[in-house]
Design a binder for this molecule. Structure first.
Ligand SMILES: Cc1cc2nc3c(=O)[nH]c(=O)nc-3n(C[C@H](O)[C@H](O)[C@H](O)COP(=O)(O)OP(=O)(O)OC[C@H]3O[C@@H](n4cnc5c(N)ncnc54)[C@H](O)[C@@H]3O)c2cc1C
Length: 532
């Protein structure tokens, strides 16, 4: 017999298998000896009461052999001799998961990636952080794994396509992620673990007969009768395939430019803009956990606290974005003279700071001054803000920064608190980076956040500009049915860059969706039944 059971476990015991087994047996009214095994379905922290505890839901096997959930849904398949091949531009989550899906359908993927492999890329990140020198082809956004490699690795999505979510999580486990991502309410992989997972995906694709080529930047293509016949690579190479998946991410501005020059349909798209705020993690813990506030010591096993905030100011939504407990603020720029920040954390989330993007929704009225750029108006607006932030920082990717309370008053801070941002800080009047309306919305939102989280609005917190690559400022349209670009029959825009995803999970799911559509068009036979 199998039974779905929920139990409450003290935080300190939440990783103790024997205690969990005993509690499950008690809840199932069974002697512990009758429990042959259990499969965790969900694990979440409930910190509402004074003593936080963990809620666990599990399938319990009673007096029947235990069968563990099998995450290995992707055995090797030789696609080298496949009659069909697909070029994938970009090795981010969208491109890589599209490749895995194509292999399941018996189609050979050939990935071309402008950046370097994960290892070589790491060296460029060290140079960026320590010397303030950026490689425009190898940075936090470009290179193997895309923006999804040296990244926080939070795996939540607002999508409710449960079947696809489960498969993506299973695939992450298949390629080396820990099994807890399958049941944690807020799954998180961590920057230290992601590169090995990305490398394992690459090795699998190659072992199946697919290809991945680094330092290969798509710069142009040729067409005949509304189909691409050949793509051109910056090093002079020319490549052909039956279809092309374009998964170049939200920072490939040259790709948006190429579409515009070729008079292919693209549209300016709203995105969100703001800054990153950082507090001491202990302060956020004490705000979020009543136990710590009242009794001081940290409960063993209690994770560093997260938060989610939203405030509406003059019809503008101001909200927290990509909050990283125990994290680091990173320089996520892709160009010289443009400053972009984002956040990541290691799997243990054990850094002493809690950072979060705090961003405002940007709409058409905000990029009016850039309308001469047509569908690239929002992108030019985004770039102008990033240039202002770079100039305010004084160069070498030093970020303009201010104490949170000074930011809201518009006063330059005499001194800055400690901050995790490695390239360094420049004390500046950060509101000047933004159009006045946006600055004001941010300035009003922080005191309101302080009402919701007592202690949040403090001079111990610091703001760092600018958080501007929250999603793509351009949409590359695609036909609802074929998922191809309306003017190019064999080009499939995909992932975050084309405007169909926001985050690792949704980008990976969109990669699968496009690959499945191509397989349907090619009428190939799937290798396994996939629970879509
Ligand atoms: C520091 C940081 C932390 C983040 N944290 C999280 C998080 O915790 N959770 C989450 O869900 N999301 C997070 N994100 C966002 C997430 O990484 C992206 O949403 C996701 O990677 C988008 O996937 P994608 O495949 O669509 O595009 P990308 O990951 O951007 O990949 C696009 C790829 O295309 C390549 N490319 C671009 N142009 C060309 C060209 N012309 N020729 C060849 N190749 C090209 C790029 O080099 C890149 O590798 C974070 C991002 C950053 C930067």
């Amino acid at each position: 017999m199998q039974k779905k059971i929920q139990i409450k476990v003290p935080v300190a015991d939440a990783s103790n298998e024997q205690i969990i087994r005993n509690l499950l047996a008690k809840e199932a009214s069974q002697p512990a000896g009758n429990i042959t095994g259990f499969q965790l379905i969900k694990k979440s922290l409930d910190a509402r009461s004074k003593y936080p505890h963990i809620l666990i839901t599990a399938t319990v096997f009673i007096n029947e052999p235990f069968r563990k959930h099998d995450s290995d849904q992707q055995p090797l398949r030789d696609v080298k001799q496949s009659a069909k091949s697909v070029l994938i531009i970009g090795a981010g989550p969208a491109g890589l998961f599209a490749a895995l899906s194509l292999i399941r359908s018996g189609i050979r993927p050939i990935i071309v990636e402008r950046g370097k492999d994960v290892r070589a890329r790491r060296r460029d990140l060290v140079i960026l952080n320590k010397e303030g020198i950026i490689d425009p082809e190898s940075n936090y956004c470009f290179g193997e794994g895309g923006a999804g490699t040296y990244n926080d690795g939070k795996l939540y999505t607002r999508s409710n396509k449960r079947g696809n979510i489960q498969r993506i999580l299973d695939l992450f486990v298949r390629f080396g992620a820990e099994e807890n991502i399958l049941y944690e309410a807020h799954p998180h992989i961590g920057t230290n673990k992601l590169p090995a997972i990305i490398s394992a995906i690459r090795e699998y694709i190659i072992a199946c007969g697919g290809e991945i080529h680094f330092n290969k930047k798509l710069i142009d293509w040729s067409e005949f009768r509304e189909s691409i016949t050949e793509i051109r690579i910056a090093d002079g190479d020319r490549l052909r395939a039956d279809a092309i998946i374009l998964a170049t991410g939200h920072s490939a501005r040259d790709i948006f430019q190429l579409f515009h020059e070729k008079k292919k349909e693209i549209h300016a798209k709203p995105f969100a803009l703001g800054l990153r705020v950082e507090h001491p993690q202990d302060l956020i813990n004490s705000i979020q956990y009543r136990y710590i506030r009242e009794e001081g010591p940290r409960v063993k096993g209690l994770p560093p606290a997260a938060y989610q905030l939203v405030h509406t100011e003059h019809n503008r939504s101001v909200f927290s974005f990509c909050m990283c407990p125990g994290g680091i603020i990173a320089p996520a720029s892709t160009n010289h003279r443009e400053l972009v920040v984002n956040g990541w954390s290691p799997s243990k989330r054990n850094n002493p700071f809690a950072n979060s993007g705090i961003v405002v929704n940007i709409e058409e009225k905000d990029w009016q001054a850039f309308t001469k750029h047509g569908p690239l108006a929002a992108m030019y607006f985004q770039s102008a803000i990033e240039q202002k932030a770079f100039d305010q920082g004084g160069g070498l990717f030093k970020a303009p920064a201010q104490r949170l309370t000074d930011f809201c008053r518009g006063i330059i801070s005499g001194s800055l608190p400690a901050c995790s941002y490695v390239p360094g800080l420049q004390s500046a009047n950060v509101p000047e980076v933004f159009p006045r309306d946006i600055a004001r919305s941010l300035q009003k939102a922080f005191p309101a956040f302080g009402v919701k989280m007592n202690g949040y609005f403090t001079q111990e917190a610091i703001v760092v500009a600018t958080e501007s690559r929250t999603s793509s400022p351009v949409r590359i349209p695609r036909d609802d049915k074929s998922l191809a670009h309306p003017q190019i029959k064999n080009l499939f825009p995909c992932g975050e860059g084309a405007g169909y995803a926001g985050g690792i999970m949704s980008a990976a799911m969109d990669g699968e969706r496009v690959a499945e559509k191509i397989a349907e068009i090619f009428s190939t036979k799937p290798m396994i039944h996939v629970n879509a």
